[in-house]
Design a binder for this molecule. Structure first.
Ligand code: T1G
Length: 700
């Protein structure tokens, strides 16, 4: 493979071309190559310089795979400063996504031209970092303090047109970027344009009070996270210090973030998310099935959300219900959801209408005869699902993929109701299905490779993050959640209150505490599932007598205005009320439980370590392909803090010997039934190995 950076002189202009697939990341070789190009241009006769990239995108940032390794010169700040210091105009030509260090290279250039379809951004905060090559000092000088803060703390890229309006890009062209960039450079030379060095612009003044206010707001939306706070410090420095001094503040803040466990967690999640899309042992060239027409059975909350995903991705969708009333309600939900999207500015009226028109309601299975994929999303009854799959087996064309959205039923038993189990798969969406990013792709014993590969690709097309799961009760997420939920309810009956439990978990980083999650999902969901089981299979009664008692009082959760909490119908504010406390104390008394003070660290350890312990069993059984897949499930499906890297990464952060010790303590206190250590945990703790080491060679 040739050097990733080349330098040529074209029409008297120096052209630095970067070709480092897949995203032109700023690896050591690329940094050195750019610096060599600048040094060559400094000494040759070229009148100006254009920096451009081959492939699908401009530089998408520093090479994240190099983080954590010994840094090699030249460092990126040095490269960017050298670009800026050149005594002839430098034009950055942007296509695809100029992100992070890539956008900082462009900000170090004297002029920026971009394709209309391009985006620019500083997403470092999503990795628990901040722009470390001058981005925190140059961006506010060009776009002002507010825009710079928003760009860096959200990490969201912006379109070229918005960047132009913000002063971050000088020119936007529809196409022909390379020619336009050379012409722009020629124009600058002809008009004797100066080398506009952003670092020489004065600090971007701002009312000092906005920084404290911004930090306060950040503490609310990014609770406990270091990088967003450090970004504000850097921009505050840029608003009053000359560039060199501000750069020192940036460097120190960058190093502090790089060394933080939060960044380690977020970097782990970056690669875990991409790794989850890969299927062990599946030939990359497995042919995919065409999916253009999709059927969805059941127009309830899940079915209507699922239908929207496929329509949003441009597919024809047939939404089937048993009768017109039920169908009407589903289509109304969809209309409401799209109207909400228009109201929030996510799409235009026209886009909403065009998308809705891709969804056709029906009560006739014949309309699904030529569907490429059918997703069943009816309520959780195995018999009913098997009947539906038998029907689909009769009406659907050969080669159609038959999927079930079940949250825990046995996909193999559903597949066995058809003559084509190889075409059956689980596609477990999370509620609300048109918003939640996670998709558990459940591989049945007979599921064909091309069916699996097609669904993994399809997941990306409908903007979901797919994770492969084997068949077991509750798959990956819900199986682990049972243990988390059990411990939450046990802490409740043993002495904690819904508030102390939720506060402990939210302070720790969970998006929402378990008690509120139970109320949101509806306490009757678990109640009905338990009623369907014989008493001896319902598990530890101490873990469900309280929600069962509340359900029998009609307190089903948020949907009835009261569950563990009481909810204000208008504001949805919630509070813990005396009636709920009375139920808790009564149930505890009836089971002879003396309630006690339970502190936050015990609550956190019991809930999180129960997740980890079950997660260890799930990877050892091969239900999950790799531990990091569990991290993706929990971060994208259950509000687990990404900056802790997911439950399995967190286990390694704590240390498996520590986790094992704590699990054994809980076993000794609460019994083998709930706290028997997972064999893999016991083994790795005993061998002093991490889960990451084991995962790199599971046969070891
Ligand atoms: N470094 C290394 N590998 C990267 C990479 C990067 N920056 N970006 C992507 N990849 C790999 C990725 O792992 C995958 O590999 C393949 O490229 C395709 O990616 C000093 C410190 C650009 C929008 O945060 O957001 O600059 O799985 O599947 O969906 O201030 O990748 O195929 O083996 O995601 O088309 C800041 C990260 C870095 C941008 C393309 N930059 N990348 O999305 O493809 S920090 C970022 C992305 C920094 C400086 C600081 C996306 C993308 P594989 P993909 P995609």
């Amino acid at each position: 493979m040739g050097a990733p950076v080349s330098y040529d002189v074209v029409d008297g202009m120096g052209v630095i071309s970067i070709d480092n697939p897949p995203v032109n990341a700023l690896s050591h070789a690329v940094r050195s190559g750019i610096l060599d190009g600048i040094r060559t241009a400094a000494d040759d006769a070229s009148a100006a310089v254009v920096i451009r990239c081959e492939g699908r995108t401009f530089i998408a940032g520093a090479d994240i795979t190099e983080f954590g390794k010994p840094p090699k010169d030249p460092w990126l700040p040095e490269v960017v400063d050298a670009i800026e210091a050149l005594d002839k105009p430098v034009v950055a030509a942007i296509h695809g996504t100029a992100l992070g260090g890539g956008f900082e290279v462009a900000l170090g250039s004297h002029y920026r031209i971009a394709l209309k379809s391009a985006k620019v951004g500083l997403p470092e905060v999503k990795l628990g970092l901040l722009p470390g090559a001058g981005g925190t000092q140059r961006t506010p000088r060009l776009a002002g303090v507010q825009a710079a803060l928003d760009l860096m703390t959200s990490g969201a890229p912006i379109p070229a047109s918005s960047a132009e309006a913000a002063g971050l890009v000088d020119r936007v062209v529809d196409d022909g970027l390379d020619a336009a960039a050379l012409a722009y450079a020629r124009e600058l030379v002809d008009e004797g344009a100066a080398c506009r060095r952003t670092s020489e612009l004065p600090p971007s003044s701002a009312d000092p009070s906005i920084f404290a206010e911004y930090k306060r707001q950040l503490e609310r939306r990014a609770h406990g996270q270091l990088a967003p706070q450090k970004i504000v410090d850097c921009v505050e420095a840029a608003s009053r210090l000359p560039f060199p001094e501000g750069s020192i503040v940036e460097r120190e803040a960058f190093m502090a973030c790089m060394a933080s466990p939060q960044s380690a967690g977020l970097r782990h999640m970056f690669f875990a998310e991409r790794e989850a899309a890969k299927i062990n042992g599946l030939d990359k060239s497995t042919p995919l099935r065409e999916v253009a027409k999709v059927g969805v059975i059941g127009a309830g909350t899940m079915g209507s959300g699922i239908a929207m995903n496929f329509a949003n991705a441009g597919m024809q969708v047939y939404l089937l219900e048993v009768n017109d009333d039920a169908l009407g309600r589903g289509l109304e939900t969809i209309a409401k959801n799209y109207a909400g999207g228009v109201k929030r500015g996510k799409m235009s009226e026209e886009q909403a209408l065009a998308t809705r028109e891709r969804i056709t309601g029906t009560t006739d299975y014949a309309d699904l005869a030529d569907a490429d994929l059918v997703v069943e999303a009816v309520f959780e009854d195995l018999g009913l699902k098997q009947d539906i799959f038998e029907r689909l087996d009769e009406v659907c064309k050969p080669g159609a993929i038959l999927a079930t959205n079940t949250s825990y039923q046995d996909v193999n038993k559903i597949a066995a109701a058809t003559s084509r189990p190889a075409d059956v798969i689980g596609l477990h969406f999370f509620s609300p299905a048109h918003i939640m990013k996670l998709l558990e792709v459940v591989r049945g014993d007979a599921t064909a490779d091309d069916v699996l590969a097609t669904c993994m690709k399809l997941a990306k097309a409908i903007r979901k993050i797919p994770v492969v799961s084997g068949v077991c009760y509750g798959f990956i997420g819900n199986r682990m959640l049972q243990h988390y939920g059990r411990e939450a309810n046990l802490c409740l009956i043993e002495g904690a209150t819904p508030e102390t439990i939720d506060t402990a978990m939210q302070q720790w980083g969970m998006a929402m505490g378990p008690m509120r999650v139970f109320d949101l999902a509806g306490l009757d969901v678990g109640y009905k599932a338990r009623q369907g089981l014989p008493p001896e299979e319902r598990g530890d009664p101490r873990a469900f007598v309280i929600p069962d008692a509340l359900v029998e009082m009609g307190r089903l959760g948020q949907k009835t205005g009261a569950g563990l909490y009481t909810y204000d119908p208008d504001t949805r504010d919630y509070r813990f009320d005396a009636e709920s406390l009375e139920v808790i104390e009564t149930q505890a008394k009836e089971l002879g439980i003396e309630r006690r003070e339970i502190d936050a660290s015990e609550i956190v350890d019991r809930l999180i370590f129960s997740l980890i312990n079950e997660g260890m069993r799930i990877v050892e059984e091969g239900i999950a392909q790799r531990p990091s897949d569990i991290d993706v499930v929990y971060v994208y499906g259950y509000g687990f803090p990404a900056w802790r890297g997911g439950p399995m990464f967190y286990a390694d952060t704590v240390g498996l010997d520590e986790v094992y010790k704590r699990v054994c303590e809980f076993r000794d206190r609460f019994g083998e039934e709930n706290w028997a250590p997972a064999p893999l945990l016991e083994r790795l703790a005993g061998e002093g190995r991490s889960l990451a080491e084991w995962a790199s060679d599971p046969s070891s």
